[in-house]
Design a protein around this ligand. Structure first.
Ligand code: SAH
Length: 521
């Protein structure tokens, strides 16, 4: 260790010692969707195999990485300001490797180094497998590196696809937020090219992973203690794999995962409305481990806006799809995304989105103000002409409408018993930094089969297990209850009743905030 100390006083002089004698520590910040969460998990796992450890703060790290998102301007702004803050750290400790990974690296490329010349590594989503080698090169004095994929225009599809290599190395259970839950990628990239969306440009062409690879990964995760798997793809239900004349669809893949012993739950996000086929709906209905939770973003309530967005369906077609879902799965939770203030959106057009939210019965909706993204069709061809204060007000009105619908939906559960996968401390107890020890009781949080958040008091040892909860109260974004059959030390909640006739809105305990946006920055 002494040698390393010396290297810090004279950076650059004793670099050899630095890498050889000291365990290097990594700090990584991740914004964006589940794809990014998974990519960060995999990058960390790869570096840990090379002897890296996680730092407790960015201040003590030998490498600081930002895994980035480009879906909205706000997500990029956050990273550029973080890069501004890291500048002084880099000035004091020039050996620290600063890396920008993921979608913004692919989108902005050299621009990142022009705006923040102290960045050492710019690595796109298609080059993440190179990270360990690139860090070693930078530490050895090789200078800054930019590694990104080909642009989607001006090259053959094959060549573009090859340049977006799927990154799926071995998993490391220690690197997941919880060891009993895991994401598995079904496909990379996207070919839908919605007018507003940067994803096809930064994540490349849609490329499916082989079903055998996905199933083998699932089996391995389950053998390591994983109980819930969430399949992720930009449009996961477009999944198709053809092999020797046989085609595997998402429904076939779900059936294979459902058969894995030891696995309790399977989810999948995000669905594209047009690909919500009957075989998939039947699979969700018939396979006991598949959660009754379907995230199928509508984006807007008006045909004219959907056409401007190039979404490829009308609202009538969306409602027809929803009707098929409701008929087969009356209890399923359907959720949506909406964009307010898209180019040219009139008051009347916005009203159609409000009407849709009021009538469609979504469990919840993620609502975004339109953010023009360079490289997309709407950026090139349509003016961003809805003023910011109008976007804000429409966002507020839509959220208000959704909140009322969500509350009414959740109230139907008061008085019922729900099986919950216990995920960990509630946001309240996490904030309080409660540490009750494994046998102590705390306010915990978990999710039902239809993805509703439930908070309850119970021993911490229940984390990672399936537990029955009697639901006592409902808020718009979560339910509260007690462990059924006295398994936990349930704490009575004053004034709440089990009958469900007159459910009481919950005020006596802190409800977690609205669910984190699955694909949010
Ligand atoms: N294919 C994934 C990721 C898309 S980004 C999915 O469907 O979830 C997630 C959401 O962000 C989209 O559904 C859309 O509602 C929103 N979004 C995408 N581009 C946007 C933009 N330019 N401005 C505002 N919101 C956007």
């Amino acid at each position: 260790m002494w040698g390393c100390h010396a290297s810090q006083e004279a950076p650059g002089v004793q670099r050899g010692c630095y890498t050889a004698a000291m365990t290097k520590r990594l700090w990584i910040e991740t914004v964006g969707c589940q794809m990014n969460v998974l990519d960060s998990e995999l990058v960390v796992a790869a570096l840990r195999r090379q002897g890296w450890e996680m730092a407790r703060s960015s201040g003590e790290a030998d490498a600081v990485f930002y895994n980035t998102c480009s879906v909205r301007q706000h997500a990029e702004d956050k990273i550029y300001s973080a890069l501004g803050r890291i500048r002084s750290v880099k000035a004091q400790r020039p050996d620290v490797v600063v890396g920008v990974l993921g979608c913004m690296a692919q989108k902005d490329q050299e621009l990142i180094r022009r705006r923040a010349p102290w960045v050492d590594l710019v690595v796109g989503p298609g080059q993440l497998h190179q990270v360990p080698g690139l860090v070693a090169e930078v530490l050895a004095g090789g200078g800054p590196r930019i590694e990104v994929s080909l642009e989607r225009k001006g090259h053959a599809r094959e060549a573009i696809a090859r340049s977006f290599e799927s990154y799926d190395p071995d998993r490391d259970p220690a690197m997941r937020p919880t060891p009993f839950q895991a994401f598995i990628r079904t496909q990379t990239g996207c070919d839908k090219f919605c007018a507003f969306c940067v994803v096809p440009h930064v994540r490349g062409p849609e490329q499916a992973r082989a079903p055998d690879t996905i199933v083998a990964e699932a089996r391995k995760l389950v053998a390591e203690g994983c109980r819930e798997i969430t399949l992720i793809g930009q449009t996961v239900n477009s999944y198709r794999w053809s092999d020797g004349g046989r085609t595997t669809r998402l429904s076939d893949l779900l059936a294979r995962l459902d058969a894995i012993d030891g696995l309790d739950r399977v989810k999948f996000v995000t669905n594209y409305p047009r690909d919500m086929t009957d075989d998939l709906i039947a699979a969700v209905r018939d396979l006991p481990k598949v959660c009754h939770y379907l995230h199928v973003p509508a984006q807007h309530g008006s045909d004219a806006v959907l056409a401007r967005m190039k979404r490829g369906y009308t609202i009538g077609e969306y409602m027809e799809m929803l009707g098929r879902v409701r008929e087969a799965l009356p209890q399923a939770a359907v959720t949506s995304d909406f964009i307010v203030g898209f180019c040219g959106e009139t008051d009347a057009e916005f009203q159609t989105t409000l009407d849709l939210v009021r009538t469609a019965g979504f469990k919840n909706s993620f609502i975004f103000k339109y953010s023009p993204r360079p490289g997309t069709k709407s950026y090139d061809r349509l003016p961003d002409d809805v003023p910011e204060d109008v976007k804000k007000e429409r966002n507020r009105l839509l959220l208000e409408a959704q909140e009322a619908v969500s509350l009414a939906g959740n109230r139907r559960f008061v008085g019922t018993r729900q099986q919950v996968l216990v995920e960990g401390l509630s946001t309240r107890d996490e904030k309080r930094e409660v540490d009750p020890g494994p046998d102590g009781s705390a306010q915990l949080t978990g999710r039902t089969m239809c993805d509703r958040i439930v908070v309850f008091d119970a021993p911490v040892r229940l984390v990672g297990r399936l537990v029955d909860i009697d639901i006592l109260a409902a808020g718009a974004w979560s339910l509260a209850g007690v462990v059924a059959d006295g398994l936990g030390e349930a704490v009575p909640l004053d004034g709440l009743r089990l009958t469900g006739e007159e459910p009481v809105e919950l005020h006596s305990i802190a409800l977690p905030p609205p669910v984190a946006r699955p694909m949010e920055a």
